[in-house]
Design a protein around this ligand. Structure first.
Ligand SMILES: Cc1cc2nc3c(=O)[nH]c(=O)nc-3n(C[C@H](O)[C@H](O)[C@H](O)COP(=O)(O)O)c2cc1C
Length: 187
């Protein structure tokens, strides 16, 4: 089974992204076509890029980079659960991506984005520029969550409506198609 890594992108204390990533994880496990691995960028805890060589050379000097390289290399596909900061991609994600080059290539990526009226879509558009530079394939199908704060239950669990669950399933189906189609390029 291909391995899907679901990234929790936000690293803020009190972040909402953790609950949203948990909600999406349930749907990925129900979908049952990927081996699911959760990746929390807060736990990964990368400093601002501190490697002296260009990452395409893979001459990593720091243990944190070697560990990050091994982690990303394991994946066949990704879903980024991402907020929008100032109409843009969160720096935690941009920094994590900048650390590596080849490890990302030929892997499809889906987005679960959240925010106010935009549902995080501006952040996704920015991130799409970045991922295509790394030879990743961004999915058109996505889960966008506008006014996401209205979907939190009193106990803090994230519980959006049925339409969002359907969007998650549609995106996962498309992600699987691309994961399989790109497998020869990853080999
Ligand atoms: C630095 C910063 C910038 C933000 N910029 C936006 C924005 O451009 N668009 C938006 O919809 N929400 C924006 N917000 C509000 C976020 O949608 C909201 O705080 C959300 O909870 C952030 O996700 P997180 O809690 O997982 O970090 C911003 C929040 C922060 C902290």
């Amino acid at each position: 089974m291909p391995r899907l890594q679901i990234f929790t992108v936000s690293t803020r204390p009190g972040r909402k992204g953790e609950a949203i990533a948990r909600w999406f994880e349930q749907h990925a496990r129900l979908h049952a076509k990927f081996e699911v691995e959760m990746v929390d960028l807060k736990a990964v805890n990368l400093p601002i890029l501190d490697e002296p060589e260009h990452p395409r050379l893979q001459k990593y000097q720091h243990d944190h980079t070697k560990a990050w390289s091994a982690s990303v290399s394991r994946a066949d596909a990704f879903v980024f659960v991402t907020p929008e900061y100032n109409y843009s991609s969160p720096p935690s994600l941009v920094n994590a991506m900048d650390y590596l080059v080849h490890e990302w290539a030929y892997k499809p990526v889906g987005f679960v984005s959240y925010g106010g009226v935009s549902g995080g879509t501006r952040s996704v558009q920015m991130t799409k520029l970045l991922v295509t530079g790394l030879k990743m394939m961004p999915m058109t199908e996505a889960v966008h969550l506008p006014f996401f704060m209205r979907s939190f239950a009193p106990d803090g669990t994230f519980a959006p409506d049925e339409a969002q669950a359907n969007a998650a399933a549609v995106m996962l189906d498309e992600l699987l198609r691309w994961t399989n189609a790109l497998a020869p390029l990853r080999a």
